[in-house]
Design a protein around this ligand. Structure first.
Ligand code: MSP
Length: 465
């Protein structure tokens, strides 16, 4: 089976923070899991580089937008090395191949008379790159960015979104496009019930963008440009067979764009639709969404330097359910590293393998508990990463408990050699099973365990802090 999995493409107005890394870690776990299962995976991530927000960031940095974009985009691309992401492609919206596809796509909608010109006045939030209504504001400000939106009045090109209202509603209701978790699906449906209005898809006052092909004085609205990355990537990277997307991972601030605007654009162009949109929670710090604008960001590169990639990957997926918000703290990360990884997983591997070595047990790579593996794998497939990890760690605790109960060193003294061999063989198989199960989550650790099971050259896998 093919699996086309995407993350949002990230704004490059500032360097990546842990919230960005979070979504890509989750996507990476799924990509690795499906590859391990034998599926053909296309895992896409990248950067969103046009629009007013990036133009302003470049100006503030006193740089040309493209030069600025080249530099900051690299920081996102480098995260793949830092956090061991296995993305198959990294798309940049300033890539001329993407720009061309976007223009062709919009030209098609224009030819089909689904785009028209209209004078528009609205309140624009540059942070969100979207128009807000008075109802969205708190004390006159955007609640996410805590800045007052600007009044904008221009003649723009509009897409006939309203025309797709009942179709989109049916698709989401019937789960032809799955929106998960269920609470997010309900939110989307009730918002659709308030009615879809046509949306402006061009900007007259923004130079940093892709020109509207039939009106080059205007640029294409950055959100339309960005959503189309999912469409242009398979063409750019010669992977057209993966279309349509199987899973879009998104934060809840951008679920409307993905669940409503994106499929409407595809319907308009008579293209196939994405199958699932999974809306994850936010990282908060002291209860507030982690964001550059709020100034409470945690740098993933610094964390990895200190704790290692697998500790960070484990912490973010273990501490709270993927669909819900979670408050991050370095203290918790340290505890998880020391307790679950060093004292838990690391220790059990050392204990088992050192006994296998000491007693010269003839181990075999026999099949592990398949039913248990399937049960845990189906949690991963449902994006219940936290639950999957809890189950694996129950297994780790059970191995430890059995060792304490059986006391294999006594079996040796009592001359019960066969019992000893059998028991340690079972423990060894369990360790191999754990190495398999954690593979998608902790790829380095999994490899280290597997190589130590073969060589029996034992070195600690985790450090305590
Ligand atoms: N560029 C748009 C997305 C276009 S997709 C066609 C955008 N970029 S963003 O950089 O602001 O955020 C992208 C995603 O990063 C969010 O949807 C979410 O997945 C992730 N996160 C950003 N901040 C986050 C947290 N504080 N917590 C968890 N995830 C966060 O929106």
């Amino acid at each position: 089976m093919k699996k086309y999995i995407t993350t949002p493409i990230y704004y490059i107005n500032a360097k990546p923070h842990l919230g960005h890394a979070y979504t890509t870690i989750a996507a990476d776990v799924l990509a690795r899991y499906y590859r391990q299962k034998g599926d053909e995976v296309f895992f896409l991530t990248g950067t969103d580089e046009h629009g007013a927000k990036i133009a302003k960031a470049a100006k503030d940095a006193d740089q040309e937008p493209k030069i600025f974009a080249d530099q900051t985009s690299k920081l996102f691309e480098n995260l793949s090395d830092t956090l061991n992401f296995s993305n198959d492609a990294f798309i940049r919206t300033t890539d001329p191949r993407h720009e061309k596809t976007v223009q062709e796509f919009l030209q098609k909608l224009h030819d089909k008379e689904l785009i028209y010109e209209k004078e528009y006045t609205g309140l624009y939030c540059i942070g969100c790159e979207k128009f807000l209504t008075e109802k969205d504001l708190i004390d006159g400000k955007c609640p996410d960015h805590r800045t007052a939106p600007q009044q904008q009045s221009e003649k723009n090109w509009f897409f006939k979104l309203s025309q797709f209202e009942s179709q989109i509603k049916k698709l989401i209701e019937s789960d032809e496009i799955k929106v998960l978790p269920q609470t997010r699906k309900n939110e989307i449906l009730s918002k659709i019930d308030q009615g879809l209005e046509d949306i402006s898809i061009s900007r007259a006052g923004v130079e940093w963008g892709i020109p509207v092909p039939w009106d080059v004085k205007q640029t294409i609205y950055v959100w339309v440009d960005a959503l189309l990355n999912y469409y242009s990537a398979p063409k750019m990277f010669e992977k057209e067979n993966v279309w349509p997307p199987d899973l879009h991972l998104v934060g809840r601030d951008i679920m409307w764009f993905h669940a409503v605007i994106w499929p409407s654009l595809l319907l308009a162009a008579e293209e196939k639709l994405p199958k699932e949109i999974f809306v994850q929670g936010y990282f908060t710090v002291d209860g507030q969404k982690m964001s550059k604008t709020v100034g409470n960001v945690i740098d993933p590169v610094e964390l990895v330097d200190k704790f290692g990639a697998d500790s960070v990957r484990y912490y973010v997926l273990r501490d709270f359910p993927f669909g819900e918000d979670g408050d991050v703290s370095l203290e918790r990360l340290k505890e998880r590293n020391n307790n679950d990884l060093a004292a838990g997983l690391g220790n059990v591997v050392q204990r088992v393998l050192s006994m296998v070595k000491r007693y010269e047990v003839k181990v075999e790579n026999t099949l592990s508990d398949e039913a248990e593996t399937n049960r845990i794998n189906s949690l991963t497939e449902d994006l219940k990463f936290q639950e999957a990890l809890i189950e694996v760690w129950k297994k780790i605790a059970a191995i430890n408990k059995q060792i304490a109960e059986v006391e294999p060193w006594k079996l040796e003294k009592e001359g019960k050699r066969e019992d000893l061999d059998q028991f340690l063989k079972k423990c060894y198989e369990s360790v191999l099973q754990v190495a398999d199960l954690v593979g998608p989550y902790l790829p380095d650790t999994s490899e280290k365990i597997k190589s130590q099971t073969k060589s029996l050259k034992l070195v600690p896998i985790f450090e305590k802090f």
